[in-house]
Design a protein around this ligand. Structure first.
Ligand SMILES: [Ca+2]
Ligand SMILES: [Ca+2]
Ligand SMILES: [Ca+2]
Ligand SMILES: [Ca+2]
Length: 414
């Protein structure tokens, strides 16, 4: 591995020592080494980069002791100390380097990092106070509505923090990446054609559904919050394909997630909490049709949803659907009501009114108030790792910790 033209990151010189990697640090180069350049010592010069691979030097490494276990792993997807990005790999030329630095001309957001070329992207910044004239969408001249960016058929839209009260329809291939604090309020997004990938956006208090995908369109929805819709939180219809991963879907009045499609649907690592009400036809999830080859429903936490008397308040399956590696707990119609009969449950915690069988446990999952696992939870290490496709849990943390995956949306961080 060579550093080639890559700049150093600390302000120190390297005092004449070479790193253990193939390149030299040019003895007195004006910049630092990466702090991770090699397993050798830094000759006593303080650096501000990462730790020195556990070797002791006489200096100070950013205030942290040497010879302690390396606390960061570039490529594990988790943003740790001194990592500017972590896209879950150690490849370069994808925006985030093997040393977890953002490459020139890229922008990386979220965890694990999603990186896009700045040249491909337009920016949106809610700016109602100033109105919206003609904008280019450049970083310094952002659109002030998402709709303006969609009108331009921008392939990549970066949404800055703010409230967006706009009803949106997308009909072409688009990637939307939101900063934390970007929120669509009181309105909805319908994906009617093309492929939409929406990352990190919040949908709050929609007066109908919050997100819908239909016809032959497809949707990837991840790291989004869908809360307080008057109708369904998310609805997947007709022939649409959809992948929902690592979302929080809560307090949507007609139910959290409705699936009725002949397309392929993957639903994993989501929390569905407090959806539905005492007369809704379901609470957390209703699967009317999910027949596409490769569809799956796994690693979801479905708690405290409510439905009409006699309806399954956790997951309502209108036809046989496998519910795997999930937690379905404390959902109510007029009595505890987890799953309907057509749901085929495997390697999950279900209850409290349920009959344990095979890999299904009926036991309090011991969740915290934010639906993460307590350290004593019986869900820990009890999921079936067969067919584990998800590398990350709802927090963007590595999915398998402690030897086996945990049931539900959260993997306990160890
Ligand atoms: Ca990392
Ligand atoms: Ca990379
Ligand atoms: Ca585990
Ligand atoms: Ca976690």
């Amino acid at each position: 591995m060579t550093d080639l033209a890559r700049p150093d990151v600390d302000a120190e010189i390297d005092a004449g020592l070479t790193d253990a990697d193939a390149d030299a640090d040019a003895d007195t180069d004006p910049g630092p080494d990466m702090g991770t350049g090699g397993a050798d010592v830094d000759a006593g010069a303080p650096d501000t980069g990462s730790l020195d691979a556990g070797t002791v030097d006489s200096g100070v490494d950013g205030g942290r002791p040497d010879a302690s276990p390396m606390p960061t792993t570039c490529g594990n997807g988790e943003l740790e100390a001194d990592e500017i990005c972590d896209d879950g790999n150690t490849d370069i030329n994808d925006g985030c380097t093997e040393q977890c630095l953002v490459e020139p001309d890229w922008i990386c957001l979220r965890q694990p990092s999603v990186c896009v070329l700045l040249n491909d992207a337009v920016f949106v910044q809610s700016n109602g106070a100033f109105g919206c004239g003609s904008r280019t969408g450049a970083e310094t001249d952002p659109f002030c509505s998402i709709d303006d960016a969609l009108d331009e058929k921008s392939p990549v839209i970066i949404v800055r923090p703010g409230v967006y009260s706009e009803s949106l329809v997308s009909e072409y291939n688009v990637v939307v990446i939101a900063y934390p604090g970007a929120e669509i309020r009181g309105r909805e997004w319908s994906i009617d054609a093309g492929h939409a990938e929406i990352v990190g956006l919040s949908f709050v208090d929609s007066d109908t559904f919050a997100v819908r995908v239909r016809s032959d369109a497809s949707l990837v929805l991840s790291e989004c919050t869908i809360r307080g819709a008057w109708g369904y939180g998310v609805t997947i219809e007709s022939r649409a394909d959809a992948m929902l991963d690592r979302n929080l879907i809560s307090e949507n009045r007609s139910g959290g997630l409705r699936v009725k499609t002949s397309g392929v649907v993957e639903i994993s690592n989501n929390v569905l909490w407090a959806n539905g009400h005492s007369r809704s036809s379901f609470g957390g999830v209703r699967i009317e049709e999910m027949v596409g080859q490769g569809s799956r429903f796994a690693y979801n936490t479905i708690v405290e949803n409510e439905a009409d008397s006699g309806r399954a308040a956790g997951v309502r399956c209108d036809r046989p659907v496998s519910i795997r590696n999930s937690i379905v707990w404390n959902n109510h119609s007029n009595e505890p009501s987890a799953l309907s009969g057509a749901c085929v449950v495997e390697s999950s915690i279900v209850g409290p009114n349920w009959i344990a069988s095979g890999s299904t446990l009926v036991v309090d999952p011991e969740l915290k108030s934010d639906f993460h696992l307590q350290a004593s939870s019986p869900a820990i290490d009890r999921a079936d790792p067969d067919g584990l496709e998800s590398a990350f849990d709802i927090d963007g943390e590595s999915r398998v910790q402690g030897g086996a995956p945990d049931m539900g949306a959260d993997e306990l961080h160890q």
